[in-house]
Design a protein around this ligand. Structure first.
Ligand code: SAJ
Length: 417
């Protein structure tokens, strides 16, 4: 039975490790976070992702978590590649550390797989040279770059059913990696070269970022023109070749907000991508401008932020637009209270819903958690000082809130002229 070392047990690494372990491989999951290693070895999952618990049970006996890698047939790198915010450049140190850790165990005919998102050329310029510190030349060990494209919230389903793109060093690398992934991937596996695969991962996400920015700009124009952008987008999408995405109070997550900068690291000034980035990064500012209009007659307003996760029904607050919105609101002198049903740790105290809305002057929906769709405006209104609500995701039942005495404002919904 082949042994696989998976380095990085986060949102992508852990499900991948457990899918491999439940497909008959012996898997050693490696993470630098001792608490993660400990909790996993006690059968506890440190992430919220549907189906992960069941997968853990299925993988029992084939999966073990450790702090260090060890000899294996395959090494899979799924460590984070965050953005260094001060320089807006990719932070590749965790990939480099993973490469260094593997180099001391690398044997001839081992396969190294990298899944982490990296600028095109990173494998050839950085990762492979680090692996060659083992004394082996590329070709004596095998290498593929195989980005993950599962969406948090549906990760396991998508890891199994999505098609995969694989950039291979050579034919043997491709065949070995195809065999590994075919153990759980039901989608097609498309082969290309390493750099193209690194590029494909980025353009997928940047495509989405630019199209969200387009929706966000449409929302601002519609607001100005007294048009309901949500109705307009719904009608435009009836066109067979139009698929305009949804406006929102910002674009978060550990990928979409970063990937344009990953390309900008290797291509000077990609203007459209960076303009789209700027539009999305300024949506918290735009949202605050709208909220200020709602509370303009209230002295020292208190506002309640509903949702700090970067998107609905997940517990991940990385790069969440909520953080920027809250900081901007506090800088306006607002008192801000926060409620999120999923997120467990955040830069601001996470209150209960009742505490968060008590004596508040305005509710601001930042995250589209399904749970918010059925809030009871009457019950909430009774606890508040003033009944205002800004729906940044167009998910509330607006008539119900109006009937309960709320002044309702929706992002992108200009009042009829
Ligand atoms: N968002 C909008 N409007 C939309 C869609 C999303 O404002 O119409 C916002 C969300 O609220 C969120 C952010 O964008 O704040 C990103 O959410 P997302 O659902 O677009 O993306 P992620 O980050 O959860 O997952 C994306 C996916 N990429 C694509 O859909 C092209 C996923 O397939 C990738 O695997 C993932 O990035 C990743 O890890 O790269």
């Amino acid at each position: 039975m082949k042994k696989i070392c998976v380095l990085g047990l986060g949102y992508m690494g852990l499900p991948t490790a457990l899918l491999l372990a439940s497909s008959g491989y012996r898997v050693v999951g490696v993470d630098i976070n001792e608490k993660v290693v400990e909790s996993l070895n006690n059968g506890k999952i440190h992430l919220k992702e549907p189906g992960l618990e069941e997968l853990m049970v299925k993988a029992k006996g084939y999966f073990e978590a450790k702090r260090e890698p060890e000899n294996a047939d395959v090494f899979l790198i799924a460590v984070p590649t965050p953005l260094d915010h001060s320089t807006k450049t990719p932070e590749l140190k965790y990939v480099k550390i993973a490469g260094e850790m593997i180099a001391s165990f690398l044997k001839p005919e081992n396969l190294v797989i990298v899944e982490s998102t990296v600028p095109p050329g990173t494998s050839e310029r950085i990762v492979i040279p680090i692996l060659e510190k083992s004394g082996l030349k590329a070709g004596e060990f095998y290498y593929v770059y195989c980005p993950e494209r599962a969406i948090p919230g549906r990760t396991i389903y998508e890891m199994v059913h999505n098609d995969r793109i694989m950039g291979a060093l050579d034919k043997t690398s491709a065949n070995m990696a195809k065999e590994i992934y075919s153990s759980f991937v039901r989608g097609n596996i498309y082969l290309t070269d390493i750099r193209t695969a690194e590029f494909v991962k980025l353009i997928e996400n940047i495509y989405r970022d630019v199209n969200i920015a387009l929706a966000n700009e449409f929302a601002q124009i519609a607001e100005e023109l007294g048009i309901n952008v949500w109705e307009a987008i719904e009608l435009a999408n009836k066109h067979p070749r139009v698929n305009i995405l949804k406006p929102g109070p910002g674009v978060g997550g550990h990928c979409i907000p970063l990937d344009s900068y990953f390309l900008a690291a290797v291509f000077p000034n990609p203007r459209l991508l960076l303009t789209a980035r700027e539009i999305n990064e300024l949506m918290p500012n735009y949202t605050l401008k709208k909220v200020k209009e709602l509370v303009k007659d209230i002295k020292e307003p208190t506002i309640t932020v509903l949702g700090v996760a970067y998107k609905g029904n997940v517990d991940d607050a990385r790069e969440s637009p909520a953080l920027k919105f809250i900081r901007l609101a506090e800088n306006e002198g607002f008192k801000v209270k926060v409620f999120d049903p999923y997120v467990k740790s955040f830069e601001y105290p996470l209150l209960s819903l009742e505490e968060a809305v008590k004596d508040s002057d305005c509710i601001v929906v930042i995250t589209d958690h399904d749970l918010f769709k059925n809030l009871e405006p009457e019950k909430i209104g009774k606890l508040m000082r003033n009944r205002n609500v800004f729906d940044g995701r167009n998910i509330l039942k607006h008539e119900e809130w109006q009937k309960a005495g709320f002044k309702v404002k929706v992002l992108g919904y200009g009042s009829k002229l």
